[in-house]
Design a protein around this ligand. Structure first.
Ligand code: PLP
Length: 399
């Protein structure tokens, strides 16, 4: 039976905490004020003002992606929609796809490629390890792939794909189109789309770019675009059809109503990146993450991934046996207003180091909340020693 009376309504203010939570998980991340302001504005999605915004977004994105690519497309959708745009346009029945799988996100490309009829092979990393060039060479020996997919940073377990550049160059030299998920890493560490022979790079808003979730970007190389143009098999997608999307992103024509506030927010996020410069932004992220890691270790907690392939953008921590990860996270949120992430299936907690998360005050608040909460849950930690190590590193780096 359909409801006859309206449900009891509750103002949002009664649901949200009085003081916003500090978002220190694996995304979404805190918004810089200019980004938050832009996100509250709606203008017409077509017309001269929007044309100027889109032209700027594309120019600034080329710097962020380190590419001269003409085809830069924004998507009203999660980063996964960006991944799906790449796959849905470049994979069709009979196309051979090699998926380099390190964890949840890199595997997602394979699920998407199977769904559109691709012939998918997986090269899986040993547990929580990057994939090496040698493994890729062995896998590709005597075989031809149309598409190879990989990730720069596997957020789910905190692993950096250390040989990414060598792998993308090799895969390209073997005739494949190379798709890279740069969602958590783009603008937090070097990712050179053109110099590394990458055909498609995907990023989302709520991670490295430090803007809102739900607006994502994909850059296509000329080779990737040629493959899309020469495709003869029918496309299964309409919203994610790259050629239709290019009508708006290339020719200021209607495709669907663009997520206007999200694009204005993206404009401001990219502007802040350009003003900071990539070199300084990479340094801030590296120093911030290393300071946090030093604090965690000095406290007596264990970092889950060995230093040589540890991802700086998302730091995974293994608590001692008997210390409940969920309880620690809940205690941090309830008592200190700091939210961090758990993990899919693994018994670890994860702290994000993307965009605004890499600020001294946020680090101090987060590490203190972590230490006090871990202690409360029964972990043997020396909170002051951790705070001292963090403080020292922050001072050295001037963060
Ligand atoms: C978060 C993340 C995704 C998925 O992002 P959504 O916006 O949730 O779709 C994909 N890849 C990586 C590496 C990520 O960190």
């Amino acid at each position: 039976m359909s409801p006859t009376n309206p449900p009891k309504s509750v103002p949002l203010a009664d649901i949200l905490p009085d003081e916003p939570m500090l978002l220190m998980g694996a995304g979404p991340v805190p918004l810089p004020p200019a980004v938050a302001r832009a996100n509250s504005v709606v203008i017409n999605h077509l017309g001269k003002t929007m044309d100027k915004v889109i032209a700027n977004v594309k120019d600034m994105a080329r710097y962020a992606f380190q590419t001269k690519a003409d085809k830069i497309i924004g998507i009203s959708g999660p980063s996964s929609a960006g991944m799906e745009m790449a796959i849905a346009n470049l994979v069709w029945p009979g196309r051979r796809v090699l998926v380099l799988e390190i964890g949840t996100f890199s595997k997602r490309f394979g699920e998407m490629a199977e769904a559109v009829g691709g012939e998918v092979e997986y090269l899986s990393a040993n547990e929580c390890q990057p994939i090496t060039l040698d493994q890729v060479k062995k896998e590709m020996q005597g075989k031809q792939f149309d598409v190879v997919t990989t990730v720069q940073g596997e957020t789910s377990c905190g692993v950096l794909n250390t040989e990414l550049e060598e792998i993308t160059k090799y895969a390209k030299s073997r005739g494949a189109l190379v798709i890279v998920d740069g969602v958590c890493t783009l603008t937090t560490m070097p990712l050179q789309m053109d110099d590394w022979d990458i055909d498609v790079v995907i990023t989302g808003g709520q991670k490295g770019l430090s803007t809102i979730p739900g607006v994502s970007m994909v850059a296509f190389s000329d080779d990737a675009w040629a493959a899309i143009e020469h495709r003869t098999k029918k496309k299964y997608h309409w919203v994610l059809d790259a050629e239709r999307a290019q009508r708006f992103w290339g020719h200021q024509e209607y495709h669907y109503t663009a997520p206007v506030p999200g694009i204005l927010a993206l404009h401001e996020a990219l502007r802040l990146i350009c003003e900071e410069t990539l070199a300084k932004r990479f340094q801030r992220h590296r120093q911030s993450s290393q300071a946090l890691q030093a604090g965690i270790e000095s406290m007596g907690l264990k970092l889950f991934i060995p230093k040589k392939h540890r991802l700086n953008s998302v730091v995974a921590i293994e608590l001692s046996k008997g210390v409940d990860c969920t309880k620690v996270r809940e205690h941090m949120a309830d008592n200190f207003g700091v939210e961090i992430a758990g993990a899919f299936g693994l018994d670890i907690i994860r702290i994000g180091q993307m965009g605004e998360q890499c600020r001294g005050d946020n680090l101090l608040k987060t590490l203190h909340a972590l230490g006090a909460s871990a202690k409360h849950a029964g972990a043997n930690v020396d909170v002051s020693s951790g705070m001292a190590a963090l403080e020292k590193k922050l001072e050295e780096a001037n963060l």
